[in-house]
Design a protein around this ligand. Structure first.
Ligand code: OSB
Ligand code: MG
Length: 371
């Protein structure tokens, strides 16, 4: 066991190659807080807090996360850096899962690096190659969307997810399906509908979609259960699942057949593993790993999670160049043949942070000395 000496926080603002629009707004500059936890030997483990600029996807923002991480959570890091102990202490903080997850993931990366093992192996991964797809935002026109889809298919992505919202749904899906009758296709509403839209949304059953992601309010497992009983297409929950508790409730209620696990949303790797085990191992329902436009640091954790045995659909983990001109890690994440990313056979998340690039994109930084 080791002794944690120093924690570094970098608030970065990463320019996206193209704006990313969902039912709750558009992102052009992606903020994130990169967390580096250093031990007495000088080894650094890296994590990423994925809170956004505004409280849209979640109530957390990069400002609330900075406050909670620096004023409360950092003091809860145990001397030996054990992620389990950190999470046990951090339970006292209600919510703020993204802030917790960024620190917890840095501790996992540190642990894996100190043990000299890849993170995916430490958490029970069973493969190095993971199937991935691309998530495409709302565009100004269907033509523009079709162009984007053609571009990503040409890049080698095999599964396409498109964002939907009232006014940008059935017609769009119809046009995409006519153009591409056979591609694996799914839609994500980011909670933009209510059950009153159910009869109309039911027409999505005609398009052979892999799944419909989070059509209704994030707190409404009952609406999802009612709608799932009306349609053939599997529903997938994203925003509704904030911990294993909602995952258990969603199973009991039959609110969905699939869960998209995002470590930031659920508070880290331990909670992700719990949801994975309950949902896929015990209930034999598939899961996949969702994304939050992460930099190469957070992406490393997503890739490690996607190697778990219960991950049975392509994950929202595209290559670095789908998001950024310049990622902050070496090597940037590259798409491999077969629409895959590969978990490196190196300690931890398997990529190194490029300090020059990290500092170049940072708007504020803070160092905290511990123990
Ligand atoms: O709902 O899955 C979502 C990005 C930001 C916030 C919410 C979502 C998304 C994505 C992007 O769909 C997935 C990615 O990182 O490529
Ligand atoms: Mg989603």
């Amino acid at each position: 066991m080791t002794r944690v000496k120093r924690v570094q926080f970098y608030e970065v603002w990463m320019p996206l190659k193209a704006g990313f629009r969902t039912s709750f707004g558009e992102t052009r500059l992606r903020p994130a807080i990169i967390v580096g936890v250093e031990d007495e030997s000088g080894t650094v483990g890296w994590g990423e807090i994925v809170a956004g600029e505004g409280p849209w996807y979640s109530y957390e923002t990069v400002w609330t996360a900075w406050h909670i991480a620096l004023d409360f959570l950092v003091k809860m890091i145990p001397e030996d850096g054990d992620p389990e102990k950190f999470i046990a202490s951090a339970e006292r903080v209600r919510g703020h899962n993204m802030a917790k997850a960024g620190i917890e993931m840095a501790l996992w990366d540190l642990k894996a690096r100190l043990e000299g093992v890849p993170l995916y192996r430490l958490i029970g991964g069973v493969r190095r190659e993971v199937r991935v797809g691309v998530s495409i935002g709302i565009k100004d026109s269907v033509e523009e969307l079709l162009e984007a889809i053609a571009y990503y298919l040409d890049q080698g992505y095999a599964r396409i997810k498109i964002k939907i919202a009232p006014g940008w749904d059935l017609e769009v899906v119809d046009r995409v399906r006519k153009e591409y009758p056979d591609i694996p296709l799914q839609v994500d509403a980011n909670a933009a509908y209510t059950l009153l839209d159910g009869p109309r949304l039911k027409k999505l059953d005609d398009y052979d979609l892999l799944m419909i992601e989070q059509p209704f309010h994030y707190s409404d497992l009952l609406e999802h259960a009612d709608f799932q009983s009306m349609i053939k297409t599997p529903l997938c929950l994203d925003e509704s699942i904030k911990s294993h508790r909602e995952a258990v409730a969603a199973l009991r209620l039959d609110s969905a057949r699939i869960i998209n696990i995002k470590p930031g949303r659920v508070g880290g790797i331990i909670e992700s593993l719990r949801i994975h085990d309950i949902w896929s191992m015990k209930a034999h329902r598939p899961v996949w790993i969702g994304g939050m436009l992460e930099t190469g640091v957070g992406r490393g954790h997503l890739v490690a999670l996607a190697t778990l045995p219960g991950v049975a659909y392509p994950s929202d983990i595209s290559a670095s160049d789908r998001y950024y001109e310049e990622d902050i890690v070496d090597e940037p994440w590259k798409l491999q043949p077969g629409s895959k990313l590969v978990a490196p056979d190196k300690p931890g998340i398997g990529v190194e942070v490029d300090y020059d690039k990290l500092v170049k994109h940072s708007k504020r930084t803070k160092e905290v000395r511990l123990h």
